[in-house]
Design a protein around this ligand. Structure first.
Ligand SMILES: [Zn+2]
Length: 371
């Protein structure tokens, strides 16, 4: 009797162990079921492959476009994600060594799309409503040539001799892995027209902080402005990687101030990010400053990671980047869906106004001289 009981107990435990092992295996497989692996130095080529695979798996949600080419001729990939009328523009890796922002954006698409296809809920957000209400226009890697230099070194560039002539800024202490500029030595977050001439600290090509010889001198910034001039967006977020905080949080008296305040408060509560002041979003040719003054829409510059010095954030610590910030774009989307449509249409870009008034002039002129 006793022996039978022992045998039964042993069998029972064996079954329990087998079931729990099987469950663990299934869970491990579920965790790695995604397409994007962010725990690596995320390259331009990997981004293209993953984007193609994401589009193939979620054709109803994802469309791929090219909005221009970099100095070295790499296509600037834009991923349209979602089916809503209200566009939200997101970009990453403006600064070469901050390519973990590309990993972040690609992983984000993967996670949200997976949630959309499997029940529609992500961290208490109704992802179906979000992706039917907005479309994210995502440029995951603004500066692919710079990212290539950081990851693969000087001799992976098209013209190593020309790049070698560009001095490394004294703040970028680790050499080419500290590089921030594009491959011409122009800091793409200084190259926009608004207040372009204010910052004069660096007056020649450099690993960072050189604004270019003229505003919009670089193919990467030109491509972005061309795209944005003809693809109006409701909100803009530029992802950078150093400082766990938010720039662009203070726009009082604008038509969108209420939603901006709400975005910032909710992001701070979810992520623990703080309000930043000073560099990055100030008045000297930055993307944020230019967007704010041209389009009159919310523009946040978000520093995703804790500051780790002048080299790339360690890829193996990606969880520490993702975990606090995983719902940032969903918060932005929910607030954008509350924004006032009349005001949105009232504040278009100067570019569109000029185009409109020129066309009006031509029409009036033609009508005047018609018999
Ligand atoms: Zn940056």
């Amino acid at each position: 009797m006793n022996r039978t009981l022992t045998a039964f107990t042993l069998c029972f435990f064996a079954v329990v162990v087998a079931i729990s092992l099987a469950t663990t295996t299934i869970q491990a497989r579920a965790a790695t079921d995604g397409i994007v692996d962010p725990y690596q130095a995320y390259s331009y080529e990997t981004m293209l492959e993953d984007a193609t695979e994401l589009q193939r798996r979620y054709p109803e949600l994802i469309r791929l476009k090219t909005i221009g080419t970099s100095v070295e001729g790499r296509n600037l990939l834009l991923i349209e994600f979602g089916n809503g009328d209200r566009r939200i523009f997101l970009n990453g890796a403006t600064h070469a060594r901050e390519y973990i922002t590309t990993s972040y954006l690609m992983y984000m698409i993967d996670q949200y799309a997976h949630a959309y296809a499997n029940g529609g809920i992500y961290e208490n957000f109704d992802i179906k409503t979000v992706l039917e209400g907005v479309t994210f226009a995502i440029l995951p890697m603004v500066n692919p040539d710079g990212v290539n230099l950081v990851q693969n070194g000087l001799y992976s560039t098209q013209d190593p001799a020309a790049v070698a002539r560009i001095p490394i800024h004294r703040y970028d202490r680790e050499g080419y892995i500290s590089w921030k500029a594009n491959i011409n030595g122009v800091d793409l977050n200084r190259n926009y027209p608004a207040n372009w001439n204010v910052d004069r600290a660096v007056n020649a090509p450099s690993s960072s902080r050189f604004k270019g010889y003229t505003p919009l001198s670089e193919p990467e910034s030109i491509a972005i402005m061309r795209y944005l001039n003809s693809n109006m967006s409701w909100a803009y977020i530029s992802f950078h990687s150093q400082g766990e905080g938010i720039y662009g949080w203070n726009d009082p008296g604008e038509w969108y101030s209420q939603q901006l305040d709400s975005m910032v408060a909710r992001i701070m509560e979810e992520s623990g990010f703080r309000k930043l002041t000073g560099t990055s979003d100030n008045n000297y040719g930055t993307f944020g400053d230019h967007i704010r003054s041209t389009f009159h829409k919310p523009i946040l510059t978000i520093e995703l990671c804790e500051y780790v010095g002048s080299y790339p954030y360690p890829d193996e610590d990606f969880d520490r980047v993702w975990s606090p910030a995983k719902t940032v774009s969903l918060i932005i989307a929910e607030e954008v869906m509350k924004m006032d449509a009349m005001s949105y249409w009232a504040f278009q870009s100067d570019y569109l106004y000029r185009k409109l008034s020129r066309n009006l002039f031509i029409t009036m002129f033609t009508l005047h001289f018609l018999p």
